[in-house]
Design a protein. Structure first.
Length: 367
């Protein structure tokens, strides 16, 4: 299997069947794998490799997969559409270009082909094609989903919600939290310890939210809040953070744990989890290199996205329309909901990554 998988990566524009059985799912992958200068896209290659590894796991259940790749970096969309296999594809991942996505979506919509928008959220397309799937929802939708999670998770808590105004452009999450909160108090950046004390409550859980997600504000305000909490341990103080904060966690982890921080995000890679370790090891054995350490990790993203959607197609065929599919994620989970009355499907999954005060990581999601 190792030699077979490595051989896949040496070619652009090929098809192959990964197992022999009567049930076949035909998969199209359209990304800029290699440009005219010969430069290879690590992001596209890793995403593709993740899908290949997903099909290898799924074929054990008796489904065969034929993968067809198309290099959108130096091939016109019309040339791709002239391939006679296109109308027979069950699912297409990509392209990452909005114009190409619309053309592909229009061409395949009447055929029931699932089109997966993994990188370029295209809401104008999803409105008219029920078979169009957006994996990463736009920021304002994620913020609304996160505010709903915030409301549900802290529903039974006597809470004191405090928005810290950082004097920067307000994140959509702030408005979403205001909409679900009965009462919100405010604090201006540069606050004194006395000003902070005037906003806090001894008898409630104090939930502090910065109005922006930038690193500079996070570092400065965490320092001020941590200083107060250290000198006033009787206060229940918790911090609510943004997806970007995961990028700062390497050097802010101690503060985030001390402040009992909840970071909302639509994906999370725990490199210490055994399944993730096993995947990383298998990836290196197959491809003789480590996965690129991007955010998100593209190989994990490709695997999760491939495993979930291909398992759904293996079970429901082209009739799949968001039914529940069990797929334990390595990094990306999926909760698809219909966009509008008759549009496509958008992923609404969001979770809290909870940095607990006993230096553990807890994942919290809606049940």
């Amino acid at each position: 299997m190792k030699e077979l998988l490595i051989a896949f990566l040496l070619l652009i524009g090929f098809s192959t069947e990964l197992a022999l059985s009567q049930k076949i799912v035909r998969v199209g992958i359209m990304f800029p794998f290699k440009n005219q200068e010969g430069n290879v896209s690590p992001r596209a290659i890793d995403f593709y490799r993740g899908i290949v590894m997903a099909t290898d796991s799924l074929r054990k259940d008796g489904t065969s997969f034929r993968i067809y790749t198309y290099n959108t970096a130096n091939t016109s969309i019309n040339t791709i559409l002239n391939d006679t296999i296109i109308p027979h594809l069950d699912i297409i991942y990509g392209p990452d270009d909005k114009m190409m996505l619309k053309v592909i979506s229009d061409f395949t919509s009447s055929r029931g082909t699932k089109v997966i928008d993994a990188f370029a959220p295209t809401c104008d397309v999803i409105q008219s094609n029920p078979n169009f799937y957006i994996v990463y929802a736009p920021e304002h939708i994620v913020a609304n989903d996160a505010a709903n999670l915030f409301d549900v998770h802290f529903a039974d808590v006597k809470k004191n919600v405090i928005i810290v105004d950082t004097k920067k452009v307000a994140h959509p999450f702030v408005a979403a939290v205001k909409n679900v909160s009965k009462k919100v108090r405010f604090l201006q950046t540069g606050f004194t310890q006395n000003q902070l004390a005037s906003r806090l409550s001894k008898n409630k859980t104090n939930l502090l939210i910065l109005s922006s997600a930038d690193k500079e504000s996070a570092v400065d305000i965490m320092e001020q809040i941590a200083f107060y909490k250290k000198n006033n341990p009787e206060y229940d103080i918790r911090l609510i953070g943004y997806p970007e904060w995961s990028e700062y966690s390497a050097f802010l982890a101690d503060k985030m744990h001390f402040l009992d921080t909840y970071v909302y995000t639509s994906y999370y890679n725990n490199p210490l989890a055994q399944r993730n370790k096993d995947f990383q090891k298998a990836y290196k054995q197959l491809f003789n290199k480590d996965m690129d350490a991007t955010r998100p990790v593209m190989a994990l993203f490709g695997f999760d996205c491939g495993y979930f959607m291909l398992k759904a197609l293996a079970r429901y065929g082209r009739d799949y329309a968001g039914q529940d599919v069990y797929a334990a994620p390595l990094q990306n989970a999926f909760q698809f909901k219909t966009f509008g009355n008759s549009g496509g499907m958008m992923n609404h999954f969001v979770q809290f990554v909870h940095y607990t005060t006993d230096n553990k990581i807890e994942l919290i999601k809606l049940k």
